[in-house]
Design a protein around this ligand. Structure first.
Ligand SMILES: N[C@@H](CCC(=O)N[C@@H](CS)C(=O)NCC(=O)O)C(=O)O
Length: 204
């Protein structure tokens, strides 16, 4: 299988961490694919009309996107039943936690595009303030309501760990650790996992 994307993308990294966790790292070949929100990558568009990374091309040559579907596919192919459990209550708790991690990543990537890609003078201050307020509410909820779930290795804890690592890398002025000792402890422990170490972001 080929996984198209770029390690800086939290969505790509969530897939790669999943591949490690389900024992498929040796079967998933990363293909470096760079994107910006204002350019068209013709090779990528051939695989996905959405034109975003990640895209997984299966061994049967089927393109699969987006990251949530790729993660489910990797669990399915490997037969893993713990990252996304079958059991109803657990399953939807995990998927909701994953949605929370995805939302943090979306806000972070949006903020990055707004500050680093959009031309100076065209930034929308109210939109950026809203993104920051949104992630603060998400950090507070993680601290208050998800401690037990975060300590299990699931698609949910992977999404949150990777999203927070992205913020450390790109948006250090969104200090999610302050006054959130449980979230900080979760992230420290999770970051030591081999799956996270093998996909760690290296400062340029
Ligand atoms: N919901 C998508 C989000 C993917 C996404 O936003 N990827 C970004 C990179 S982090 C991208 O491809 N941006 C290019 C663009 O906006 O055109 C997923 O989970 O895969």
């Amino acid at each position: 299988m080929k996984l198209h994307g770029d390690l800086v993308s939290p969505f790509f990294r969530m897939c790669l961490v999943t591949a490690h966790e389900v024992g498929l790292a040796g079967k998933v070949q990363p293909v470096e694919t760079k994107v910006t929100p204002v350019t068209i990558n013709a090779d990528l568009t051939q695989l996905s009309p959405v034109g975003k990374i990640p895209v997984l091309v299966t061994d049967h040559n089927h393109p699969i996107y987006d990251s949530r579907v790729i993660i489910e596919y990797l669990c399915h192919v490997s037969g893993n039943k713990t990252l996304i459990p079958d059991d109803g209550v657990k399953r939807f708790r995990v998927l909701t936690l994953a949605a929370l991690g995805q939302a943090i990543a979306e806000a972070g990537v949006g903020q990055r595009y707004e500050t680093a890609v959009r031309p100076q003078g065209l930034q929308w201050r109210e939109w950026m303030d809203r993104q920051h307020l949104r992630v603060k509410a998400e950090f507070d909820d993680l601290e208050k309501a998800w401690e037990k779930d975060l300590h299990e290795v699931t698609a949910g804890s992977i999404a949150v760990a990777v999203a927070l690592a992205y913020l450390d890398f790109r948006l250090p002025d969104w200090p999610w650790r302050d006054n959130r000792p449980k979230l900080r402890a979760f992230h420290k422990a999770f970051s030591a996992r081999p799956s996270m170490q093998a996909t760690a972001l290296k400062p340029a």
